[in-house]
Design a binder for this molecule. Structure first.
Ligand SMILES: [Zn+2]
Length: 484
């Protein structure tokens, strides 16, 4: 199977999202944070509300930056940070730091020997401890120690389709999420600073503008567009390329539910998916709901997959098998899209993104192996994570809501194959891109039968498998579709 995972590429789609609330609203809503960015450490601390003021623990604030010790004695609290001594008094606004008085704009608090200082005084007194300039952006609760800010700049390539390079002066690792017309990057640990303006317009029809904001220790950069946008990292995570979803994937109304334009066909230059316009026409004429099935011949192009024999590459077997399966599904009334209908290269993220944009009823990935016999049908093995809140699922767990139906599909395929005396077993595996697909999704791995590896290129053998898969999928047709 040898699926290649390109960890450096993360692609997210703008149309897919089921967000009804901003991600931040799904996090612990009542807990405030301050983010600290320094050359030696980047961290987040809880912010405490006391008498209408915001406070932070001073020991926790300084500990990641140097050697700290504290000592409390009644209402007095002494702290030593590296070679700087300070003394605070509970309830008093005056402290002595490095031999000089300092006046807080709210009283110092002592709770269980823990010294709390008002956030609003940080930029005043911290330089005395740190010996470095401090920039505290109080409304956003982001504290910059020294010259650590990461600059953002934009570079638009207006060619068709347009690409926007969002460049950063250092590597970044934002959380990227999407909702219709918007691609949102949230920087929790990256000291990015405003690109100079809250909102930047691009003179472009597809990617229209960027807006920057800061809140509760996070920075956020939103890209807005008139088409579904996707993002991919490049340049060692110093650049995020934002572009429209490839046209083949962004043309769901050619296939499915939207208004049909009989003259509209995918551009010949479009790589990958082959949109069967004939099926779409049938759909129109019969006015019958045709479930869309995505068939994904794994590997392709530069990525050959497993070497099944000296000469036979997995990518070629999966393509032939996919074409047979397309036919079998088509005659059972499915609309079918092959994610590649030639020897083209796509990443796993691109495959999942294309399936998600098309909001298909079922996604079927095809692999082939030289060992074993018959077929193995996989469903996703999702990474263990906390209970997902609401309808938001991370990219790596997009499959989660559909997994029960995926297992029904898998069981139906295994049963149908066994009924036809085609050896088959079901399994779950951390097999991408299954976990990134938010509709029912299975991967079928074809292994040789009694005739050995020659079976893998046998149309007859492939046909038996394809027919069983299509029958099984048709038998659970009513269960298919995006689960929420
Ligand atoms: Zn494979």
């Amino acid at each position: 199977m040898s699926s290649t995972t390109k960890n450096t590429v993360a692609i997210l789609l703008a149309t897919v999202t089921l967000l009804s609330a901003a991600p931040s609203a799904l996090l612990s809503a009542d807990e405030k944070h301050v983010s600290v960015y320094s050359p030696v450490a980047i961290y987040t601390l809880p912010v405490l509300d006391r008498a209408g003021r915001e406070y932070v623990g001073l020991l926790e604030l300084l500990e990641p930056l140097g050697r700290v010790s504290t000592q409390s004695e009644g209402r007095r609290w002494r702290l030593r940070y590296n070679a700087v001594d300070a003394e605070f008094v509970a309830g008093s606004t005056r402290a002595r730091i490095h031999g000089r008085d300092f006046d807080f704009n709210a009283p110092f608090l002592l709770e269980n020997s823990r010294g709390l200082v008002p956030l609003s005084s940080l930029s005043g007194f911290l330089p005395r401890f740190l010996g470095a300039p401090v920039n505290f952006r109080e409304s956003a609760r982001r504290l910059f120690v020294g010259d650590v800010g990461i600059q953002i700049s934009f570079q638009l390539d207006p060619s068709n389709p347009p690409h926007l390079a969002v460049n950063f002066s250092a590597p970044v690792n934002p959380t990227i999420s999407t909702e219709p017309g918007k691609l949102r990057m949230v920087f929790k640990r990256d000291p990015v600073v405003s690109p100079g303006s809250q909102s930047i317009s691009f003179d472009n029809q597809v990617i229209t503008h960027a807006s920057y904001s800061e809140n509760d220790g996070d920075a956020e950069l939103d890209l807005a567009g008139n088409e579904p946008l996707l993002a991919s990292f490049s340049n060692d995570r110093r650049t995020i390329i934002v572009s429209a979803v490839p046209q083949t994937a962004a043309a769901p109304n050619v296939v499915g539910t939207g208004p049909q334009n009989p003259t509209q066909t995918p551009p010949p230059s479009a790589p990958g998916a082959n949109i069967p316009s004939g099926n779409a026409n049938n759909n129109m004429n019969n006015n019958v709901h045709r479930v869309l099935a995505i068939v994904d011949p794994a590997h392709g192009g530069e990525e050959r997959g497993a070497a099944l024999t000296d000469k036979l590459a997995e990518k070629d077997v999966t393509l032939g098998f996919a074409r047979l399966l397309r036919h079998e599904l088509d005659i059972r009334g499915f609309a079918v899209v092959l994610l590649r209908d030639g020897d083209t290269t796509s990443t796993l993220d691109q495959r999942a993104a294309a399936a998600n944009v098309l909001r298909a009823g079922i996604y079927i990935s095809l692999h082939a192996v030289a060992q074993g016999s018959g077929a193995r049908v996989y469903t996703a093995l999702l990474p263990v994570e906390g209970t997902s809140k609401g309808v938001f699922h991370s990219w790596n767990a997009a499959q989660s809501p559909s997994l029960p139906v995926s297992r029904i599909v898998s069981a139906a395929i295994v049963a149908e194959m066994q009924k036809r005396e085609f050896p088959a077993q079901g399994s779950s595996a951390a097999l991408r891109p299954l976990n990134n697909v938010f509709m029912p999704a299975v991967a079928v791995e074809l292994a040789p039968g009694a005739s050995g590896v020659a079976d893998l290129t046998s149309a007859n053998y492939q046909q038996r498998a394809a027919s069983a898969i299509a029958n099984a999928v048709a038998s659970v047709r009513d269960r298919l579709g995006v689960q929420q």
